[in-house]
Design a protein around this ligand. Sequence first.
Ligand SMILES: [Zn+2]
Length: 723
Amino acid sequence: MDTKLDPARDDLPLMANTSHMLVKHYVLDLDVDSESRVIEGTIVLFFGDGNRFKTQAVSSQDTIQMESEKDYTFRTTEPCHVPKMDASTFSPQMGYNECAVCGKGDQDAFDNDGNHDNRECDSEISSSKYCCDTGNHGREDFLLVLDCCDLSVLKVEEVDVAAVPGLERFTKAPKLAATPEKLRRDIVRDLVALPADAWREQFDWYARCSQAPGCGELFFDTDSWSLRIRRTGAQTAADFPHAIRIWYKTKPEGQSVTWTSDQDGRPCVYTMGSPINNRALFPCQEPPVAMSTWQATVRAAASFVVLMSGENSAKPTPLREGWMSWHYYVTMPMPASTFTIAVGSWIEVKPKTSPSDELVIEHPLLPAKADFRYAETCSHVEYPCRFQDASAATQEIIPHRVFAPLCLEGACQEALLCLVPPCLSAAHSVLGTHPFSRLDILIVPANFPSLGMARPNKEDTGHVSSSGASVVKHGLNPEKGFMQVHYLKGYFLLRFLARTLGKETYFSFLRKFVHLFHGQLILSQDFLQMLLESIPEDKRLGLTVENIICDWLECSGIPKQALREEQEAEDCKRSGLAGRVGSEVAKWIRLNRRPRKRKRGKPEAAFEKLSPDQIVLLLECLLEQKALSPQTLQRLQQTYRLQEQDAEVRHRWCELVIKHKYTRAYEQVTRFLQEDQAMGVYLYGELMVGEDARQQQLAHRCFELVKEHMDRASAQVVSEMLF
Ligand SMILES: [Zn+2]
């Protein structure tokens, strides 16, 4: 039975006990079935030592054993803490404190605000078949906890890496003396520790190991948020198998992937940065501290394209009839939440022009080339890093591909392809070396929740317990996610800093910062600290890390002073735009007041051509008018071909249509609500507040049409407006 944590409630628990074992590499081998909306296959996890061992020089097996045994049991509430044991008094035969209930979720991860009551969960889990099993030892087995939600786990087994011919040469441990279990662990330990320049060999061995036979099934149990695995007799993380294979299936309703249709009406599936990240796609360690590399082989019907976060531009390999296989890999260790996949019937959009024309496409002039490389070496964990490669470091435009549904091919050729190189160049000039060697851009389906790609799941967003489990505050609150408060705040804070400290100071610092900390997890505080330290004290304008945190992090909303300055900057930009727009607004207002019939022969008011930014401003000014006649609105639409403009323009246009009940354009509102679902949420509110029966009907009809496909958080917010 499931635990009682309600996914609709606010906080997101991260359950993995990363303090004990850390996944170093995942090998995924999956089949995508769009008919049944299921992804099925295996994942092999290769483990290294837990987070807390990272900085220790491990001198002997005993040290590992003692340390991990001391910590392996999940802490319960205060009075039940396992007594700390001194190495000299510790004996392997010593029983554990009976209060240390194995299999228990980390209580202290949940009781911060009383929001989740984990007690029910405790009793259920602890009564499950594993927890009371103490085997013949009178001691509990070590439990590996992985983050996992809405997955059907079919089988878990240890992988017999010793059966891979040639692999045993990696281990320096004496083979004859070792037990088979120890030999397998030693092989994995030495495999994950191979140096970065041997990564090709290492990934090849990972792949071979993932194909090796199993050597013993492991016990497992699942609850709402986790998969718990143990092996009889393995009492510590050090004794636990270091390569395990999990056979599993996703569920169609799992929240990590969205099964939907693209703009051509063809089926597709993608990871959309859901509040629960990837735990309904594969069992993993979610805390960002668990940085791993991965490789994945994904099979799908030949009509599909499989896109993934990966360093290689995968090309499909034909399999049995009608199926293709795609292989991607990533050599830079990253949190499991950054893994993305999208499968659909998309085409790669290529430029219409011939390759020789392509060369003369002009890029905006960049400032004189600075040397972005710094003398310091990389300070992240070892991986084949682009910052150390001079030719990669100076590469302004990395190879990129654009994928889209067929019906949007033309639009992409016209409007998108030419923007990618200058955007990549600009990113390079602001931030320096591109961290990845290539980029795939996908035109996502209409239900993609905008800005939903990542979640704030750094440890400092929640309390981290001794096992490594933690909670992401408000991680599951649909409104919080929808309102993107954290993104908006971050955006305004960075703008505020750039404005206050001066763009030149700010951007040169930013480039240096990225260079120093690429490949590492960084807290906002560290960023602020370093930024201020880079500026002489008399030029910091009274800013301190403490007062920034107090104003921006601990108070709700955006600080008033910053908002005021933001408004001034916006007004300033507008006054630049406004000159021409102002006179156009006046023309429209005059036209709106004029009697319907024009005198014959008198020329119509001529309107200037406006840029999309200017049209947005014009429409915003016209939104302030009390009444606009249907004739004016019709003319407005024809003059600027509003239904063909970008979503920002059409959004303002829909607002005008709703405000003035311009029924002839209701079709365009309907279209907007279907094709631009994340942006359209606000319009549902506008349709409802006017208390106009026809508009409310329109809102209900549109929601009926899209609610099945709509992103869950958006659907929930809209449904609250409607019902
Ligand atoms: Zn580096």
